[in-house]
Design a protein. Structure first.
Ligand code: MG
Length: 171
């Protein structure tokens, strides 16, 4: 059961996830969470650093698709300056949004990774969809109230993971 919450890899933030690392692990498609993964949950849009990261991915032929539980309008506004496809109302921890992205863009699961800041939604749904996952630390520590309960459970699950797996560490 606890293995369903185990991320394939852990990085401090998306900027530590390089196209070289992904290519080295045969990853061609990045599904990524939006809030607190790409953009702080309480900000409207991303910055120049995010634009650079997305450009780097594109240069290496890695396709990035945002898979978020948030609304169409929130995501559309957030990504207006970037050339990125997205799936809204993804219903994570269910696999609905991930599976939709996989079907819509004809992705190979083995070549796909889900990046996100929550074990309970992003990593759990990735594992249930049988794709790779990367856990990152949230960009800002004060979450929206809707994720408070998830964070509470997450601390407990994280302790169990650390006990069971020796490779639970931030890269
Ligand atoms: Mg998030």
């Amino acid at each position: 059961m606890i293995s369903m919450f185990k991320p394939s890899w852990m990085f401090r933030d998306i900027y530590h996830v390089s196209p070289e690392f992904l290519a080295g692990n045969h990853i061609k498609y990045v599904l990524t969470d939006l809030d607190n993964t790409l953009i702080p949950w309480n900000q409207i849009a991303g910055d120049e650093k995010l634009a650079e990261w997305l450009k780097e991915m594109k240069k290496y032929g890695i396709k990035v698709i945002v898979v978020s539980n948030n609304s169409y309008s929130r995501i559309e506004h957030a990504l207006v300056d970037y050339d990125v496809n997205f799936v809204s109302r993804a219903l994570k921890p269910l696999t609905f949004g991930i599976d939709r992205a996989i079907r819509k863009y004809s992705l190979n699961r083995k070549e796909t990774v889900m990046i996100g800041d929550q074990l309970m939604t992003d990593v759990f749904s990735a594992n249930n969809s049988r794709i790779n996952s990367i856990l990152v630390k949230p960009l800002v520590n004060n979450d929206s109230w809707t994720t408070w309960f998830n964070r509470f459970i997450e601390r407990f699950v994280f302790q169990l993971l650390k006990k069971k797996y020796s490779d639970i560490h931030w890269q």
